[in-house]
Write a protein that binds this ligand. Structure first.
Ligand SMILES: *[C@@H]1O[C@H](CO)[C@@H](O)[C@H](O)[C@H]1NC(C)=O
Ligand SMILES: *[C@@H]1O[C@H](CO)[C@@H](O)[C@H](O)[C@H]1NC(C)=O
Ligand SMILES: *[C@@H]1O[C@H](CO)[C@@H](O)[C@H](O)[C@H]1NC(C)=O
Ligand SMILES: *[C@@H]1O[C@H](CO)[C@@H](O)[C@H](O)[C@H]1NC(C)=O
Ligand SMILES: *[C@@H]1O[C@H](CO)[C@@H](O)[C@H](O)[C@H]1NC(C)=O
Length: 596
């Protein structure tokens, strides 16, 4: 009798371990640098198409929240909005690796959370700006079981990189092509990861298609360098001649409007600039294939999520701009995101609105870590079931502090000198580039609203003006503005709602970032813009504090950023002046409710 019991117990244990102890999924995360959506870069990556996009889901409404490298990466890897992690620039005092450490993120970010869940974690390529040959071990980057980082001031020299492996003194890779070096290291870490039983995370951040930057005096942003085997490609490529491409009529805020029209010499240089970027991405494309094939050979593909995205977008000639990023235009903030993995539908294009703030929560949820519930993002729906009834919202919080930096050899957009890492090197930039923006995308609207530190504002109806050349808040477009209607409501009513929502998103924390309308309407059913546009809320929105700045500064200095709090709609007040108006209530079904 006794022995039978033991036998049964043993059988149960064996059954349990094979069914319920399913290994947590592995994550391979590829992060390129400055890759565009709007100049067709994805169309020039056939292997990414074949192995990730066709086998997974492309998210076509994915956004970065700060369109520049370091702040965008800290936002991505912490799951905290830039206004909460306060890493808002490339270099100290407001940004860079030292600021990341100073703010305490080195102890609390995706890789440390994943290690808490039993993951082995690996990373190779670029981590953050101002992570240098001098400070790479002061302190060392925390949270990775294996790492091999590109270091400043050589990060963007495609044939002269220096890297630190597991915190050891930097090694020079002079003469070797940086994206190929990173690909080789990524495959090495993938092999290392498979020697252990635990699930793994592998982050891979090649510099393609970033400009080739040399920290000479003045700083030099040249065309992306490519591998010799790709030099012959894309001779006929031209940047799409969209309505915003070097337009006859200037657009944007004043520093953008002041740019002169580009001449043919510059345009030819810009087309070649983008061709070089596309060529540099070929090494990444080949790496994607090698990674996926290796996962397949090792029998891991079925339990591995492969993410592909970039830190921020890019513009070249749109709005007459020289090569660069840092603007709230779609070119700069709307970026590729593709995911393949267990239960992710193949060949699907998902229209959910998502941002980089959501990626760490997404991965933590996959890893079974509850921490995602306290972050500023929200897990992106990945499976067919989740995608069928997504819980995601309609908004993206976009923010920026500091300068717009021109790249390429004709890039002059301002007169503000800025220092860079290295030996007293400097560049010239537009300084007044601090702004708060709101991207709002619903089934019947697609809007961008931005408030700048100069007091200028922009409003684009992206459905009708996908290239964002008609700022309805500019005096030139007063006629369009007066005709504008959304759900039968006037332009002014729409802008009042957007401004109030931006008041919330620009300083939101945690759940509030996911459900910002709730802050304005704590008790009622306002969930989307159309709800908030009801006439009964007109006075409430007209009388809200407005988004504003008292000056243009280079960092997140709250005292310069205008009012911080909004009024909340009180359902117990009919006319929308909380605390001042008549209260009319009646009781219904045992609940206090309102007749409106
Ligand atoms: C990876 O690092 C974590 C945290 O230090 C550690 O617990 C784990 O054992 C390491 N994994 C391996 C394979 O060494
Ligand atoms: C075109 O513009 C660039 C940049 O302003 C200038 O350096 C160049 O001389 C111009 N070329 C011609 C042919 O006007
Ligand atoms: C800075 O100057 C020092 C001394 O002249 C030199 O050794 C070092 O290579 C320079 N760094 C860069 C990034 O040029
Ligand atoms: C920047 O904005 C300030 C207002 O905050 C203005 O006084 C200054 O002239 C602007 N500078 C440039 C270069 O546009
Ligand atoms: C962000 O960091 C800067 C530089 O350390 C500091 O001056 C500023 O007050 C910080 N902002 C917030 C909101 O903590």
């Amino acid at each position: 009798m006794k022995s039978i019991l033991i036998l049964l117990t043993g059988l149960c244990a064996a059954a349990a371990s094979s069914s319920s102890v399913k290994q947590k999924p592995n994550i391979v995360f590829i992060l390129t640098d400055d890759q565009d959506w709007h100049m067709q870069s994805l169309d020039y990556m056939p292997l990414l198409q074949k192995h990730v996009i066709d086998k997974g889901t492309l998210f076509d409404k994915h956004y970065c929240t700060v369109s520049i490298c370091c702040p965008s990466r800290v936002n991505l890897w912490t799951g905290l909005a830039a206004h909460n992690n306060n890493v808002t620039d490339l270099n100290p005092p407001y940004g860079g690796y030292p600021k990341f450490v100073w703010e305490g993120h080195n102890q609390n970010w995706l890789p440390t959370y994943l290690q808490e869940q039993g993951y082995n974690t690996y990373y190779t390529g670029k981590l953050f700006n101002a992570h240098t040959i001098d400070n790479y071990d002061d302190p060392p980057v925390n949270g990775f079981n294996g790492s091999d980082f590109l270091l400043d001031p050589y990060t963007y020299e495609y044939y002269r990189s220096r890297m630190t492996r597991n915190g050891a003194p930097p090694i020079s890779y002079e003469g070797q092509y940086s994206p190929d070096v990173v690909a080789e290291k990524a495959l090495g870490f993938l092999h290392e990861a498979t020697l252990h039983d635990q699930p793994f995370f592998l982050g891979i951040a090649p510099i393609a298609p970033h400009s080739n930057v040399r920290f000479v005096d003045p700083i030099e942003f040249g065309t992306a360098a490519y591998a010799k085997r790709h030099a012959h490609l894309f001779q006929d490529y031209k940047i799409p001649r969209t309505a915003n491409f070097n337009p006859d009529v200037p657009s944007g805020v004043s520093w953008v409007r002041d740019l002169p029209k580009l001449n043919d010499t510059v345009i030819e240089y810009h087309d070649e600039f983008q061709r070089s970027r596309l060529r540099s991405l070929q090494a990444v494309d080949e790496m994607v294939e090698s990674l996926v094939q290796t996962l397949e050979v090792k029998g891991l593909l079925d339990n591995t999520y492969v993410f592909y995205t970039t830190d921020n977008g890019y513009h070249i000639s749109q709005h007459r701009l020289p090569p660069g990023k840092e603007c709230p235009f779609e070119t700069d903030i709307h970026i590729p995101l593709a995911v393949r993995g267990p239960d992710v539908p193949a060949g699907h294009v998902a229209g959910v609105v998502s941002s980089h703030t959501d990626l760490t929560p997404t991965m933590l949820k996959l890893a079974g870590h509850d921490r995602y519930k306290t972050l500023d993002g929200f897990p992106i729906p990945l499976t067919e079931g989740e995608l069928a009834s997504p819980e995601s919202g309609e908004h993206v919080n976009v923010e920026f502090w500091g300068r717009a930096i021109p790249e390429g050899k004709y890039g002059k957009i301002g007169d503000d000198s800025f220092p860079a890492v290295g030996n007293g090197t400097a560049g010239i930039a537009a300084r007044n580039n601090t702004y708060k923006a709101l991207r709002l995308i619903g089934s019947h609207y697609n809007l961008l609203y931005t408030v700048w530190c100069t007091g200028e504002r922009e409003f684009y109806d992206v459905t009708h003006d996908p290239d964002q050349v008609q700022n309805l808040l500019h005096q030139d477009h007063a006629a369009l503005r007066s005709e504008y209607q959304l759900y039968g409501r006037s332009f002014e009513h729409v802008v009042n709602r957007l401004d109030a929502l931006l008041m919330v998103t620009k300083s939101c924390k945690a759940q509030e970032c996911h459900e910002p309308w709730q802050t304005l309407h704590p008790k009622s059913s306002v969930k989307v813009l159309s709800d908030a546009l009801r006439p009964k809320y007109d006075d409430f929105y007209t009388n809200q504090p407005k988004v504003s700045f008292s000056s243009c500064v280079l960092g997140h200095i709250i005292s310069e950023e205008g009012p911080q709090d909004v009024n909340a709609w009180n359902d117990f007040v009919i006319d929308g002046y909380p605390g001042t108006a008549r209260q009319q209530r009646f009781q219904w079904s045992g609940h206090w409710s309102w007749w409106t």
